[in-house]
Design a protein around this ligand. Structure first.
Ligand code: CA
Ligand code: CA
Length: 362
């Protein structure tokens, strides 16, 4: 079934709290790590102040960087020199409060709420043809050869208003990132704001916060092993020790921003980019690359095409895919509980009203 493509970004370092758990047939001792220093995110309404074009955004100056990695997952190779023009990008993932503004203004209904179009889903299992979305359900144990379907379940009624299914709500979560949005849902929001979704190159350049070269530093943990982003700590998928204070999504802006003042590029939710997904990068240097053409990508008959998602919270024992160069595919019509987005405004100069007003949070 299509759930095979869902790979949880929530993963963990070999860290935790002195418990002994069973993972497959192996007993794993989990050690204590320092708790995260969480900032003053709780006071934020989830809505950036101001109504100007770049409210809540930061301008990223044009620059050149090394995109991809030679030292991690094979799909991150080859690393290559890339130049991007200047652009504006949201300082944080789009929140429930922001998405609600969009829905209130347009009466937009997300795909998770209205159900998938049956036409392109001839191979879709029957359970996926009702309105709903993919929700992570933590298993108590996972045997050898554990399957994603053991911890990802398609839940009827799950959507951005009801993140864990019928009866759940986002009350009190205005400042959490919106989730259960497909690529088209995210793009519809961006267009309503007069913006776009970032290319993979823009996203990766912004996530580096001014640093170049290999991204082994990761930004998810400091030198003492203390979490500095919302990821999964413990042994994925059976033990989440929550050393960062959040078992699922965190309010945006709780953790220290990167060198560009951007929050949660690493960790919290995965984020859509506009590039079609194909494993690996070409070796050639590029200027403002926008990914491969769809026609060049082989797609299985029972699947939809995938875009690149980045910046999730995959545990260290599972995939460590929170690094800037890390990437994974996501079928464009499948939403999940751990996937959101942020927008960009492609104006290559900062000749716009300043977004960084004093006191604006986060
Ligand atoms: Ca966490
Ligand atoms: Ca993120």
């Amino acid at each position: 079934m299509r759930m095979r493509n869902i790979m949880l970004s929530l993963a963990a370092p070999a860290a935790a709290m002195g418990v002994l758990i069973t993972y497959g047939l192996v007993a794993v001792a989990v050690e204590a790590v320092p708790k995260a220093d969480v900032g003053s995110c709780a006071a934020y309404s989830g809505l950036p102040s101001g109504n100007h074009d770049t409210a809540g955004m930061t301008f990223i100056q044009a620059g050149t960087f090394t995109m991809g990695s030679e030292r991690h997952q094979p799909e991150e190779r080859f690393s290559r020199v890339v130049r991007v023009d200047g652009f504006w990008i949201d300082r944080h993932e789009v929140t429930n409060a922001q998405f609600k503004q969009f829905v209130d203004a347009t009466d937009y209904v997300t795909i998770a709420e209205r159900g998938p179009d049956p036409a392109p889903n001839n191979g879709t299992a029957g359970e996926l043809q009702v309105p709903g979305s993919a929700v992570f359900v933590q298993p108590k144990s996972v045997g050898p050869g554990g399957q994603l379907s053991q911890w990802w379940q398609y839940v009827e009624g799950a959507n951005w208003r009801q993140p864990t299914g019928s009866g759940s709500s986002i009350a009190g979560k205005d400042n959490h990132p919106v989730v259960h949005v497909t690529y088209d849902d995210a793009r519809a929001y961006a267009r309503w704001r007069g913006r776009s979704l970032p290319t993979e190159a823009q996203w990766e350049f912004a996530a580096r916060g001014g640093r170049d070269g290999e991204d082994d530093w990761s930004s998810a943990f400091d030198a003492d092993g203390k979490p500095i982003a919302n990821t999964w700590q413990g042994i994925f998928p059976v033990v989440n020790t929550n050393d960062d204070g959040f078992a699922g999504t965190a309010p945006v802006g709780c953790f220290k921003p990167n060198g560009y003042g951007l929050y949660d590029m690493i960790g919290n939710v995965w984020e859509w980019t506009s590039d079609w997904y194909r494993p690996g990068h070409s070796r050639e240097a590029a200027i403002n690359p926008a990914g491969p053409h769809l026609a060049s990508i082989r797609i299985a008959a029972d699947q939809s095409a995938s875009r690149v998602i980045k910046g999730g919270s995959c545990a260290m024992n599972y995939c460590s895919r929170y690094r800037p160069a890390a990437r994974q595919p996501q079928e464009v019509d499948l939403s999940t509980a751990h996937l959101g987005f942020r927008t960009v405004l492609n104006i290559p100069t900062a000749d716009k009203p300043l977004a960084n007003q004093p006191g604006e949070k986060p």
